[in-house]
Design a protein around this ligand. Structure first.
Ligand SMILES: Cc1cc2nc3c(=O)[nH]c(=O)nc-3n(C[C@H](O)[C@H](O)[C@H](O)COP(=O)(O)OP(=O)(O)OC[C@H]3O[C@@H](n4cnc5c(N)ncnc54)[C@H](O)[C@@H]3O)c2cc1C
Length: 412
């Protein structure tokens, strides 16, 4: 499979078949759907989980993903033989992310943007722990290093991830080009570690108009209206010259973008944006010139340039994903663009420990009767199915698989 793949219909398309089944089941009285019910406690009796309790929150009309009202209007309590926790990760709870931050990734960042909506708050982890559940692998997490502040935020501190092609040059806050494997879209955790070692919570892409046209995609359903709306016509427009509309808007309105004709002005703009003078124009220029020289060298040993050539061996990538190698400092290649890249929280790789049936375990490693967990709250299954790292884009798979395991077990 090529490196880059995306679901037809994006997130809403993925959820649709499941939502349909739930709504059908609700119609025939098999499911009682209770939106706006916030669980605050798991009710236990003799060491078994026997129910849930919490608050009903007031009704409110908001856009998908926006933070809803937290005003409590009633209490609730339900009892059941089996309680399944599927409450997601911790990515919107910056304090919890910092608290669980792994030593191997350096100091916890002071500045991060939120790559997940506010409901991904990790509350259910503590609530489950209070009921006797065991949380494991807290320090395993997966965040992105190519985060943009959303110029049109849906949720608070909303960050959008660039899904970059391989050609942008990537510099740390001090203006040093990252070395292998820290190239765009290669190894997020390795780059995160390299960024944290600099003592600054951001880094830079420098690229050209030709690169942004072909290589910048943004993560999120609103950022991919063609795929989300399943429109072949809109999709075909991706091969036309010029960046797609969402990218154009970010370039125009996003606070992280600088566009200039001369490298000197670009570097001045970068220093101005972050309010320091850490970037030295000559140092940046020398590194770009050294890279530009390698574009004509058939036997180049510049690993990033080699990777670009290799990516273009796949016809799909050559057509719509990887720009033809060109010199950054040749004015014919359009204005230069710098992008400040913020750290963006996303996935929680540890969580509630379960056995293969999704039954939650307690501190003694025994089954905590009545409680099950699936999805990101259980580290995508078991308490951390991915280990310390993961293969990009395989997270939802763990959610579906662990949910299926619990469903199969309970239906027997
Ligand atoms: C922008 C974006 C792009 C992504 N792209 C990819 C991708 O390309 N590939 C991939 O594999 N993964 C991707 N992911 C990750 C993936 O979408 C999530 O890991 C996955 O959706 C988690 O599913 P979940 O059901 O475990 O939790 P969630 O989808 O987070 O659902 C948890 C639910 O529990 C509810 N809840 C939480 N606490 C309580 C409570 N106390 N009481 C009542 N309800 C509660 C929440 O409201 C929410 O409805 C992406 C995530 C984002 C945000």
């Amino acid at each position: 499979m090529p490196r880059f793949h995306i679901v037809w219909g994006t997130g809403p398309g993925l959820v649709e078949p499941f939502a349909k089944k739930v709504l059908q089941a609700e119609k025939v009285g098999k499911i009682d759907y209770k939106p706006r019910h916030r669980v605050d406690e798991l009710i236990t009796k003799n060491g078994e989980v026997i129910g849930i309790s919490g608050k009903v929150l007031e009704e409110c009309q908001i856009e998908r993903g926006q933070e809803s009202s937290r005003i409590e209007v009633a209490d609730f309590e339900y009892f059941a033989e089996s309680v399944i926790v599927a409450s997601g990760g911790i990515g919107a709870n910056m304090e919890l992310v910092r608290q669980n931050w792994p030593k191997r990734l350096g100091n916890p960042p002071k500045q991060m943007i939120a790559g997940v909506p506010a409901f991904v708050d990790g509350r259910m982890l503590k609530i489950s722990e209070n009921a006797g559940a065991r949380i494991v692998n807290k320090d395993r997490m997966w965040h992105y290093t190519e985060g943009l502040k959303n110029w049109k935020p849906i949720w608070n501190n909303h960050g959008i991830r660039i899904l970059p092609g391989p050609s942008s040059m990537w510099f740390d806050a001090l203006g040093n080009r990252f070395s292998a494997p820290n190239f765009p879209g290669f190894d997020t955790l390795s780059t995160l570690e390299a960024i944290q070692k600099t003592g600054h919570d951001y880094s830079w892409f420098i690229l050209t108009e030709k690169i942004i046209e072909k290589e910048f995609a943004l993560s999120g359903s609103e950022q991919n209206p063609d795929l989300t709306n399943k429109s072949y016509l809109q999709l075909l427009k991706r091969v036309l010259p010029g960046p797609p509309t969402p990218i154009k808007s970010f370039k125009e309105f996003g606070e992280d973008f600088i566009v200039e004709r001369s490298l000197k002005d670009l570097v001045d703009g970068m220093n101005q944006l972050v309010g320091n003078d850490l970037l030295d124009f000559m140092k940046i220029k020398e590194q770009i010139l050294a890279r530009d020289r390698e574009i004509e060298n058939k036997f180049t040993k510049d690993i990033q340039v080699m990777a670009i050539q290799s990516a273009r061996n796949y016809v799909g990538d050559k057509l719509i994903r990887v720009a033809k190698p060109h010199k950054f400092l040749d004015p014919q290649n359009g204005p230069l663009i710098a992008v400040r890249l913020n750290l963006l929280t996303r996935k929680t790789l540890g969580g509630l420990q379960t056995n293969l049936n999704g039954q939650v375990l307690n501190e003694a490693g025994e089954i905590l009767k009545g409680l099950y967990a699936a999805g990101e709250v259980s580290g995508f299954g078991g308490g951390g199915i991915h280990g310390y790292r993961s293969l990009e884009g395989t997270f939802v798979g763990g959610c579906l698989f662990s949910g299926r395991q619990v469903g199969n077990y309970l239906s027997k």
